[in-house]
Design a binder for this molecule. Structure first.
Ligand code: SF4
Ligand code: SF4
Length: 367
């Protein structure tokens, strides 16, 4: 399908689109541009394409659709941009307009159909609670496992459950549905997004949950930053790293050099930088060393924004570059199952033999 589209969502950011001066500073940080090496796949290129769609000067042909979907929504360009252009908002609005006019990538369509039919993008039939063998019960602390930790990286979910058990925390794992991040990132309609949010909030509320813990940076960002824009959230959202940083953890000795990768959705999107580092630095015997690009300037793993599913090669190449940056370390620790998976994908292509693991997998055996 091609042709001009009705760009209703983009029309609300017409001014933002005209704020871009095309200075090109975003080129120095965009992970997608580094892989594609072609201007339409950098923030300023995406601004031009979005403006073209809005003005009906550009048809939504396959190349325009692809370039707008190669953005990982990492937000690094926004940090670098002297004009403070809200690039991710513009890209996600353009995607909404594309989807509304029938332009959706087949891989994304499958993920969305799976979420709407089965409650997770992987099409798994068991609920998260059943997959982890958890009883249905109430508690003041809820653990929102997330689809990737539940179905693709269960060692992260199990390590989290074990940590909570070891700390004597009474917790509930509810029958959650995908947090709806995948729907929002690829531009699916807000009615379905809101319905999922309401369902997840009700599941926690019905079981008396007052505080919800998250393994996944993407799910955490959704509950902390996005859910309150659509629904009333009657509980506190905390990433597991924040929960652990507040505890007086007595950790066993370990050895080696550890570095930390900031997930974009935990760092730049949710501003959680210190908590995971505090936890790692409490391990006696280890040496903690930052990568050259860390914290606010951290480089993306390449997995977000629907890029992993639609452009796996680009995604793995971005991940390989990130893993190579950690080649000095014995362990590359992060705090998101999706980043763990993608960094491991990149490792297959890269030179680094550094062990990639999640923070909870590092902490659990030391507790
Ligand atoms: S850095 Fe900002 S103003 Fe400059 S080209 Fe990129 S998006 Fe536009
Ligand atoms: S959000 Fe990240 S991937 Fe997207 S344009 Fe900006 S720097 Fe590039």
């Amino acid at each position: 399908m091609s042709g001009h589209i009705e760009a209703k969502n983009l029309s609300a950011v017409r001014k933002e689109l005209m704020t871009c001066t095309y200075c090109g500073f975003c080129k120095s940080v965009c992970p997608a541009f580094e892989g594609v090496t072609w201007d339409p796949s950098v923030a300023r290129g995406r601004m031009v394409l979005s403006y073209g769609l809005l003005q009906k000067e550009l048809p939504a042909d396959q190349s325009v659709v692809d370039y707008l979907y190669q953005c990982t929504t990492c937000k690094d360009c926004e940090r670098r941009c002297p004009s403070k252009v809200q690039v991710v908002d513009v890209v996600e609005r353009a995607r909404k307009d594309l989807v509304a006019s029938g332009h959706i990538l087949p891989k994304h369509r499958t993920l969305i159909d799976n979420v709407l039919q089965h409650g997770n993008p992987y099409g798994e039939r068991k609920s998260v609670r059943e997959a982890l063998g958890q009883e249905d019960k109430g508690a003041e602390v809820g653990y929102f496992v997330g689809c990737t930790a539940a179905y693709r990286n269960p060692s992260i979910a199990k390590a989290t459950l074990s940590i909570l058990d070891k700390l004597g925390v009474d917790y509930a794992v509810v029958d959650e549905s995908c947090c709806a991040s995948v729907l929002q990132r690829v531009g699916w309609n807000e009615d379905d997004v809101k319905e999922i949010m309401e369902k997840n909030v009700a599941a926690m509320k019905d079981r008396g949950v007052k505080e919800v813990l998250f393994s996944c940076a993407g799910c955490y960002r959704m509950f902390k930053e996005e859910y309150p824009r659509f629904v009333d959230v009657p509980f506190k959202a905390r990433h597991i790293s924040e929960f652990l940083a507040e505890r007086d953890l007595k950790l066993a000795k370990a050895e080696g050099t550890i570095t930390y990768h900031d997930p974009c959705h935990l760092g730049r999107h949710s501003h959680v930088y210190d908590a995971p580092r505090q936890v790692i630095k409490r391990i006696p015997g280890i040496k903690f060393q930052e990568m050259p690009r860390s914290g606010e300037t951290s480089r993306c793993c390449g997995g977000g924004g629907g890029v992993r599913s639609a452009f796996p090669e680009l995604s793995s190449n971005i991940a390989a570059k990130r893993v190579d940056e950690a080649a000095f370390a014995d362990m590359l620790v992060t705090a998101c199952p999706f980043c763990v998976n993608n960094l491991r994908n990149g490792q297959e292509n890269g030179r680094s033999k550094t062990k990639v693991m999640d923070l909870v997998e590092l902490v659990e055996p030391l507790l």
